[in-house]
Write a protein that binds this ligand. Structure first.
Ligand SMILES: Nc1ncnc2c1ncn2[C@@H]1O[C@H](COP(=O)(O)OP(=O)(O)OP(=O)(O)O)[C@@H](O)[C@H]1O
Ligand SMILES: [Mg+2]
Length: 247
């Protein structure tokens, strides 16, 4: 049997905190990369709360050809997620060894035939999945996501430690939901209290600092896509530089 090709290097979208916009940002980053011609894959590493089917509007299940998983393709992005395998109406209960096996299969047994980079949507927390991703992938960089509030800061700081300990290069710190545009005037204002983004950026001063607005989230013309463009270009530039270190 032919050996599987090596996995593409990864951009991991990371935050210890839940609900801060990791999946939204991961999907927009993947679309943005594909839109500028980078061959992109998307791994949904959130096995318990996968969002890829919803974010990319996919209803079909993943096909298997030979012993390999064929990723779904949307917006020129190859996508693998447990939301494209399991029954969407059942809770996803993966226990320890099974969870590791499922993630390994999604990663290693998917035919990433058109991907030069893998955008990885991480679950919240600092547990086994995070450890596994850091050990199984080569890291192009991490995108650390927070919202402005202090409550995010505590969790994101803890998870930042994990990236520092693993020597993962951080490409950008993203403060999501940092502003809202007034629909009837030219001003924008902060909808949430706090400046967690700046505090997280102080941990990774060499990373870019991106502040994202609240947005109606309407696909490519979305303000998020525009605000993420410099990050997308930075990832594309980084992809030209070799060699890469393990995550
Ligand atoms: N900039 C934004 N503007 C408006 N809504 C947003 C924005 N970012 C995220 N959201 C919304 O906030 C909610 C949480 O976003 P998302 O699912 O991407 O977060 P997450 O960090 O991946 O969550 P989880 O930890 O549960 O995986 C979603 O309803 C999403 O549509
Ligand atoms: Mg998510």
């Amino acid at each position: 049997m032919k050996a599987a090709p090596p996995l593409p290097p990864a951009v991991i979208v990371w935050s210890g905190k839940g609900g801060v916009g990791k999946s939204t940002i991961a999907a927009q980053t993947a679309r943005g990369l594909a839109a500028i011609g980078v061959r992109t894959g998307y791994l949904d590493a959130d096995l318990h709360g996968p969002s890829a089917a919803t974010l990319f509007g996919i209803e079909e299940r993943l096909a298997v050809r030979g012993r390999r998983i064929v990723p779904a393709v949307r917006d020129e992005v190859e996508i693998a997620s447990t939301s494209l395998i399991a029954d969407p109406d059942h809770a996803y209960v993966w226990r320890g060894p099974l969870m590791r096996g499922v993630l390994s299969q999604l990663l290693q047994d998917t035919d990433w035939t058109r991907a030069d980079v893998l955008v990885v949507d991480m679950p919240p927390g600092t547990g086994e999945i995070q450890m596994q991703i850091l050990s199984e992938l080569t890291c192009l960089g991490a995108v650390v996501v927070t919202t402005p509030q202090d409550l995010s800061l505590a969790d994101v700081r803890r998870s930042a430690r994990m990236l520092l300990d693993a020597d993962v290069p951080v490409t950008a710190v993203v403060e999501n939901m940092a502003s809202v545009a007034c629909p009837s005037c030219a001003f924008s204002f902060p909808p949430l209290p706090g400046d967690a983004g700046q505090h997280v950026h102080a941990i990774f001063p060499e990373a870019a600092f991106v502040r994202l607005p609240m947005s109606p989230l309407t696909g490519h013309s979305d303000p998020l896509a525009q605000a993420l463009r410099p990050l997308v270009e930075k990832i594309a530039d980084r992809l030209q530089q070799r060699p890469l270190s393990p995550c």
